[in-house]
Design a protein around this ligand. Sequence first.
Ligand code: S3P
Length: 187
Amino acid sequence: MATPQNIALIGYMGVGKSTVGRALSHKLHCGFYDTDDMIVQDTGKSIEKIFAEDGEAAFRKKETEILKKILETSSENGRVIACGGGLPLSKENQELLKAHCFTVELICSDDVLAERIEADGTVRPLLAKAANHEALLKEISKMKMTRRFYYESAADIKVETDILDMDDVLDSIMLFGEMWQNRRDRM
Ligand code: S3P
């Protein structure tokens, strides 16, 4: 069975896209690309600084540019792409994902998201106003509702990251990825 050339991981902030993506790329012996890290590298600025100095629209434009760049990079063994949480909101990015990637939405409970976001030390400009745990939970639940449609229409499958352990998460992605690729090959 064949593995998809591109596996894109999408989902809400803190769901584990970078952690799962890195582990998956090791298991598949393929390249790993993290759109947030690449934006930081490319611009020489932190995401916080880009939002503050250039605005969210400039960040979103850069996200699309980076996604295209990743998809154009030659890669014999395929790629795993950890997408920033807001990447699937744009129509252009959705089309790029649909055309080129097996797209996996990672999901987990709001409580776990809030705990991970508080613990991982990454500044997330869209959540910076939440002053405490309760406010963060409220913001997560509100933003998740507005994004649900975009994530669901971009994703080929959904995988839990709080109930399953890492090996199960990776096995699920690989198993469904192979089925998705086989169906594509038959079309
Ligand atoms: C964002 C998610 C962040 C980062 C930026 C905006 C979003 O990435 O791209 O702060 O709009 O959901 P992570 O999902 O990796 O935290």
